[in-house]
Design a protein around this ligand. Sequence first.
Ligand code: PLP
Length: 797
Amino acid sequence: MFSNKEKFKEFFLQRLEMTCGKSFGESTKRDHYFTIGNMIREYVSTGWINTNERYRMAKEKQVYYLSIEFLLGRLLHHNLLNLGLEDVVREGLKDLGIDLNELEEIEADAGLGNGGLGRLAACFMDSLASLNFPGHGCGIRYKHGLFEQKIVDGYQVELPEQWLRHGHVWEVRRADLAIEVPFWGSVENREENGQLVFRHVGTETITAVPYDMPIVGFKTETVNTLRLWNAEASPYPIHKDILKYKRDTESVSEFLYPDDTHDEGKILRLKQQYFLVSASVRSIIRSYKKQYDTLQHFHEHVCIHINDTHPVLAIPELMRVLIDEEGMGWDEAWHITVNTISYTNHTTLSEALEKWPVRIFQPLLPRIYMIIHEINERYCQQLWDLYPGEWDHIESMAIIAHNEVRMAHLALVGSFSVNGVAALHTEILKKREMKSFYQIFPEKFNNKTNGITHRRWLLKANPLLSKLISEGIGDEWIQRPEKLLELNKFTEDTSYLEQLYQIKQQNKERLAKRILEQNGIVVDASSIFDIHVKRLHAYKRQLLNILHVMYLYNQLKEDSSFHMHPRTFIFGAKASPGYYYAKKIIKLINTVAEKVNKDDRTNEKLKVIFLENYRVSLAEEIFPGADISEQISTASKEASGTGNMKFMMNGALTVGTLDGANVEMMERVGEDNLFIFGLTADQVLNYNQHGGYNSRDYYHHDKRIRQAMDQLINGFFPDSDAEFEPIFDSLLSENDQYFVLRDFDSYVNIQKEAGATYENRKQWQKMSLKNIAASGYFSSDRTIREYAEDIWRIKAE
Ligand SMILES: *Cc1c(COP(=O)(O)O)cnc(C)c1O
């Protein structure tokens, strides 16, 4: 149906009538979108069936990537591109008077994630399929993804997100493959043939119904599966109050927790985690048993990867199935389990390390708790042999202690591989945060620096740049992103650099148009687009950025000889609904924007924009239009970052600290091609350990800091008397935990240098080109190849 334009049109019109029951004349854009979506899914289904068949026949080892988040974004354009159908469809639709770009806008983002962790999972799905690896995703089909953000009077307001309102064309409901997941109840044991056997009874079950999504690789035959579980009332409820039961049940896949650091609603969150893990592990075993007679070699044919600790209950769940359902002994089950599970750590922030109170855990998951308890007993016995008498040390490493279950410790003990997400992060894990575990399991630790799919973030998001690249070095880079290095041959080519500049300007114009639409503010595309987009967190230091903006504003007002190249500071960030401080920062950014943008004495030089509802589809418009990428986290706090890579790939220059993957970006592109400032991770960690930082000194001795800070509380912003006091206090009386004031001077200087460099157009374009050239390393294709070779030991088909 896609073989040529004419065929496509014929099928499209026919299908439109069949699926929507309308004539072409009556049909809407949404009808067109759904018709195309259905046609593509149908087109893909043969490849999907064939891929599964191929995997079964070849008995290749399979990887399952378990993640509580998948931040997919839109899929129409992505799928068209990967299937190589974009041109036929675009041309065909054009003949019918339909603009493909407009149809793409109809699709709601599948926003089943908070930020980097969820987006990583989505990028990995693309690379796995595109490289022909047998790797699949398992997640939850939240009815509401991450909230929709509105800015009202400068404040963040959260609205429930409704991605399923009109249905989702890319999924297939597989009610035949549903799995019952038990909660509550109690555990009975009795002897059978001289063995103690356990039964979980009196349970309340929730039905997990899979919705499968085809994951299409780029120009390959491979179509992998992303399986998202939906929570539904069990067909056999034993409940008196059926309505309440139904409500409680469905709540399990109702909301994505819009909070990746502070846990609320603990029971529901734990329920979600077990729901995901139990359904996934059991469906993996169910298909395994169709192919193999025994589970003895399970770990040789299956790898289960857990994306952070949220799915860590896969460890006791696999133990439970092997022991209770398959009748295996403990030692054999443990051997198989440890050799099946691999784990990625995403953070060293202690408030983000998951711990569950036993009083919540044990009643909800009694059998799972028993198993974790037994794992802990045996493991502590080993620790005792290693460290006889060292109670405190053993307690600090235990899985259960102080009436809490420590999920990260369970992951470390119950897996064969533990990886950090950037070189610096992995070193910090080994030397500091997980040092005692590294001492006993050194062989488990390894690094896998994150990556992004260059097909979405360059090929799809930035077609103009992609075309220029292909004109320069051919299109092999699309499948071999490391080939982007060949762009370095144009670093002295004035005409190529000039084209690069023109493309950046066009992308900035496109972004300026979006800003005008959303914010009603005209921004000048010849100003520097200085962009800070990511979740709002104290450690990501949006505060440092906005204080610097206040400083620039003060300079412009007070010193008529102050020179700066005009700049547009663009922010985009959602704050967790319960994260009070982060929301204050959003209000501050908007308050500064309000003041600065309407000051006619300065607004030719300085504008501040807050783009509401930052999400994947908006991100795709933002990265191509960036000159400067703000990656200014307090060193040691950002495990990797992936936004930094997306900017780099689109030719923005980084202003950043030596944190996360910024370090490796600098190594790859050379230190002259980005703008590094601030404390190093070692310096921050030393301050934390030994003290010695006093933020008051910086407030008192730096007039620029004092002026901007005083403006937070002295009526400089009308009607916001007490609004920003908490920010002021965090910097001063709470001693500025994130070293904002400590890094301020260094940040001002580097920003000045960046601004001056921009005025040398050729120099800037050369640096930009070198960044694009060096960015191939940060493709998730490279990351996935490393996981496949070092951890999963899977082969490309
Ligand atoms: C890439 C991405 C992130 C992660 O950004 P960081 O700068 O690495 O924190 C978050 N949200 C969206 C929508 C993204 O595309």
